[in-house]
Design a protein around this ligand. Structure first.
Ligand SMILES: Cc1cc2nc3c(=O)[nH]c(=O)nc-3n(C[C@H](O)[C@H](O)[C@H](O)COP(=O)(O)O)c2cc1C
Length: 332
């Protein structure tokens, strides 16, 4: 069954999770190229007075991005969030996603992100205002609740459906858990049983086995992948093949992998909007680190040696050349 959000029929049921500092335009494009059906932006503050900050500018949409373009907004004030949704619609968003899942203290101190779940009335006001403010679908990303004794995702899901939300993504952890322990899927299963809108399961889905299990157990309409994509964005293709019972591994040759990595890093150096050249090689480092980790993570001393070689360089061209040499060594 295809996953449909509003009028958008997504090309696959695997979605890229929004990850601040990671899912920038280039990363979203990359994951889409391997079959991600939707790639949500990093969260953008709904405070429009922050529009001119470099961080917000670099996170804003580009009209040239592949559709559907989903922008995640974060905030606490219903009218302010409605205004932010309208603004993002005006610059090309096709779907607005509301962040009610982020556990970060910086975010929760302002009672935004997952902290909103402890105030269902405020959730209702925000969702009503935002849905009424735009002519595009609005989705929400939540957790299972605020703590083990307050797993209220089911009632929040009901509110979301009442308010006209088009799809709901659920990370199978509470806010208190942050990223500790394991995601649980019982809450997601219950939400799906009682919802009439698409439900997307998220949390610790790492391979075809997990994907099959979560889809079967929860009956979710889609799966959202976050950290597992780091250093291996091609995992979308592997899971799509795995679900279709095609060969999962060896989709890509070493030569293909090298090309993908080099192209991605080259693109970071060239295209990152609003950043100085020095920042660009710094931004590239974290992606390089994940690629190296996936390729040789078991060999700690070799990994550390390569990390040192790459991280000591700030000049982009030299960084790229060093990475190319390292990949040649790895793929000998
Ligand atoms: C570095 C990082 C940044 C994240 N930023 C966001 C964000 O901006 N908005 C959001 O809703 N969730 C955010 N998340 C949570 C992820 O979207 C996802 O729910 C979580 O990582 C669990 O999925 P996973 O086990 O597949 O990684 C972030 C997670 C990480 C690791």
């Amino acid at each position: 069954m295809p996953l449909i959000i509003g009028s958008y029929k997504l090309k696959s049921r695997f979605l890229l999770a929004p990850m601040a500092g990671i899912t920038d335009r280039l990363y979203r494009d990359l994951c889409r190229s391997f079959g991600a059906g939707l790639a949500t932006s990093e969260m953008i503050s709904s405070d429009l007075s922050l529009l001119n900050t470099r961080k917000t500018q670099s996170r804003l949409l580009h009209k040239s991005e592949a559709q559907p373009r989903c922008v995640q907004i974060l905030g606490t004030e219903p009218k302010v969030m409605a205004e932010a949704a309208r603004f993002n619609e005006s610059i090309g968003a096709d779907i607005i996603d509301i962040n009610m899942g982020c556990p970060a203290k910086k975010v929760c101190r302002k009672a935004a992100g997952s902290a909103l779940m402890q105030d269902p009335e405020l959730v209702r006001k925000i969702l009503t205002e935002v849905v009424n403010a735009v002519n595009i679908p609005v989705t929400v990303k939540i957790r299972t609740g605020t703590s083990a004794t307050q797993r209220n995702a089911l009632s929040i899901a009901k509110i979301a459906e009442d308010c006209g939300i088009s799809a709901l993504a659920v990370h199978g952890r509470t806010r208190k858990q942050a990223y500790k322990g394991f995601a649980e899927f019982e809450s997601i299963r219950r939400i799906k049983q009682q919802s009439n809108i698409p439900v997307i399961a998220n949390g610790d889905i790492s391979n075809t086995h997990d994907a099959k299990f979560v889809l079967n157990y929860t009956r979710a309409d889609g799966l959202m992948l976050g950290r597992i994509t780091l250093g291996q964005p091609w995992i979308f293709q592997e899971l799509i093949n795995g679900l279709a019972n095609k060969k999962e591994k060896q989709v890509l040759s070493n030569k293909d992998i090298k090309c993908i990595i080099i192209e991605h890093i080259k693109n970071i150096h060239t295209f990152n909007p609003g950043n100085k050249p020095l920042d660009q090689s710094r931004i590239a480092r974290k992606y390089i680190d994940w690629y190296l980790y996936r390729l040789i993570g078991q060999e700690t001393s070799l990994l550390n040696k390569y990390r040192q070689e790459v991280f000591s360089i700030t000049e982009a061209k030299q960084q790229l050349q060093t990475l190319e040499n390292i990949l040649d060594e790895i793929f000998i």
